[in-house]
Design a protein around this ligand. Structure first.
Ligand code: FAD
Ligand code: DLZ
Ligand code: SF4
Length: 509
């Protein structure tokens, strides 16, 4: 006789999950389910679906070996219902119980579905994070601005990471200004660790190919880690071979190197195969042993206990409407080039091609290439959000939406970013080698050959003048615009309008 069902979702693959800690191996049954509602709420990249399903199947095996009873539903199971709640009801009926223990999901949609389910569901906090949601709420309470930097310092104090007593190690909290260098091609640079698919993964790959082969994205070769053991090896490899250069090249982009010194650990962290603290402790250890510089260790730890924790707190603090906000009233449809359609823009073409091949792009590609273009061109932020949620292996709404809607599209009205992340082609040219082989010219500021980022940058500033010209961080931009002679300003705006018309009519831009 089963007393309770313990729900484990596809991104809750951690042995110390709160629902598992609450459970009893002798009387409770774990429910894990591959369901079409989850594989289909956006057109997920095939590699992302394969990663989630294979990691789920491996985790179910580990739970069984650890003495749990697991009811696991495969996607092609003819008895399966289409939703998580449907599967809980079905398993409950099979085993004569309506009691469910769950860890809070990472998305309002699923949280609401569990709360509304015709079952007795106990929802426990997801405590696989450094900060609790209550801690974030108390931190946010009464503050005029919710800036990440101050939250991050609290997380350093709370964890003791990179601290010497109550002072930051090296006497500075933040070494970001050292982390803005371009990178050089280096054929000897190591790559993130890759894994050969085992039998379980091969079976999933066949299933995904069959069911989701039409989704945007290349499925094979598939090399992601699918167990916590593999993910730990990937962490070890990163710490030994790549972390040292992480700071210096953090913002750089190279068309011949898709990963540079990035860790590609976000998919594993977000699925629960690794914990944020174990990653950060490993990174700190490398610094304390003198093997990596402080700007690398601090830069990395800030992303994990700073940004990652901060966006998660904010997602739940802001409420279920967050992902649909549109503070700048942008309405244009997402251009076809985001789904692999032709474009003359070399930076966009590279960022999208690597997204299609790897279900991965690093932060500056997401923020300053695909995100920057969408913001400058005035694309509907909800469509932008759905694209990011679909195409990256690490995309789960609690982390993706604040990064896209808030940081990248400024659609939350400036909660996350104090000014919009927009730039002309100049920034991309400085930080990458994309411009040299582009059909557009970064140096041209007007005309058909002008880099679209150059034209749209001024168009964005001009059309949103009422919103931004009082922003102290944007005064210089408006002063530069105002110093241009009127004829030139008119030409820039006219050429930008022409470009946007071409985009709207589906022409290749
Ligand atoms: P590294 O560069 O090696 O960074 C180390 C770790 O820090 C990452 O693994 C990640 O866990 C964390 N991290 C870094 N930046 C952020 C950030 N801004 N927010 C949260 N965590 C961060 N990250 C996701 O995990 N899922 C997403 O869906 C996602 N969507 C994004 C959408 C946009 C528009 C932008 C601008 C950023 C997004 N990010 C997202 C943040 C960041 O781009 C990725 O975390 C990072 O590229 C993952 O690659 P990596 O593991 O190689 O990161
Ligand atoms: C992303 C995803 C996919 C593709 N498939 C499943 C699934 O079949 N079963 C499941 O339990 N979880 C899946 N997930 C992860 C969920 O969508 C995720 O738990 C929610 O979005 C909350 O973060
Ligand atoms: Fe991108 Fe402009 Fe450089 Fe071309 S010239 S790669 S469009 S920034």
């Amino acid at each position: 006789m089963v007393k309770r069902l313990i729900l484990v979702l596809g991104d809750q693959l951690s042995p110390d999950l709160s629902a598992l800690r609450e459970g009893d191996r002798d009387s409770d049954l774990i429910v894990m389910a591959e369901v079409t509602d989850e594989t289909g709420y956006v057109p997920h990249h095939p590699k992302k679906i394969a990663l989630v399903l294979s990691a789920m199947r491996h985790f179910a095996e580990e739970l069984r070996e650890d003495g749990w009873q697991v009811a696991y539903t495969k996607l092609d199971d003819s008895e399966a219902s289409k939703s998580i709640v449907g599967e809980l009801i079905r398993r409950g009926q099979e085993h004569g119980t309506s009691e469910v223990i769950a860890t809070c999901p990472g998305e309002w949609r699923l949280l609401r579905a569990l709360e509304d389910a015709p079952l007795t569901v106990t929802i426990l906090p997801d405590d696989r994070f450094v900060a609790t949601l209550d801690e974030f709420a108390s931190w946010a309470e009464g503050r005029k601005e919710l800036r990440m930097e101050y939250f991050y310092r609290d997380m350093r104090r709370k964890t003791g990471l990179l601290m010497e007593g109550d002072k930051p190690a090296g006497e500075k909290w933040n070494y970001d200004h050292e982390n803005r260098k371009p990178a050089k091609d280096d054929l000897l640079r190591s790559k993130p660790m890759q894994f050969t698919p085992d039998e379980i993964t091969e079976e999933v790959l066949d299933l995904v190919e069959d069911r989701f082969g039409e989704n945007f994205g290349v499925l094979r070769p598939f090399w992601f880690a699918v167990t916590s053991g593999q993910a730990r090896r990937a962490l070890d490899h990163f710490a030994k071979h790549l972390l040292e250069g992480f700071g210096d090249t953090q913002d750089a982009m190279l068309q011949g190197d898709r990963f540079l010194h990035h860790s590609v650990l976000s998919p594993y962290l977000n699925l629960g195969l690794l914990s944020p603290i174990e990653i950060c402790e490993r990174v700190e250890e490398e610094w304390r042993a003198g093997r990596v510089p402080i700007n690398a260790a601090e830069g990395y730890i800030r992303q994990v206990i700073g940004w990652r924790e901060y966006v998660r707190g904010l997602y739940f603090h802001e409420g279920p409407d967050y992902a649909t906000r549109n503070g700048l009233g942008h309405k244009r449809d997402l251009p076809w080039m985001y789904w692999g359609g032709e474009t003359g823009m070399n930076c966009m073409s590279h960022a999208v091609a690597q997204t299609r091949d790897e279900a991965y792009a690093h932060h500056i590609q997401r923020l300053m290439v695909t995100g920057n273009f969408a913001l400058l061109a005035g694309i509907d932020p909800e469509q932008v959000h759905e694209w990011y949620l679909a195409v990256y292996a690490d995309a789960f709404e609690w982390v993706e939406a604040p990064n896209t809607v808030g940081m990248s599209q400024f659609a939350d009205g400036g909660i996350i970013a104090s000014k919009p992340y927009v730039s002309s082609g100049n920034y991309i040219n400085k930080m990458s080698n994309y411009c040299g082989s582009c059909t557009y010219s970064m140096k041209d500021k007007t005309g058909d050959t002008a880099c679209p980022f150059n034209l749209l940058y001024w168009h964005f500033l001009d059309r949103h003048r009422d919103r931004f010209d009082k922003n102290p961080r944007m005064g210089n931009m408006y002063r530069t615009w105002d110093r241009m002679d009127e004829g030139r300003r008119e030409t820039v705006l006219r050429d930008a309008e022409r470009l946007l018309d071409r985009l709207d009519s589906g022409e290749v831009v």
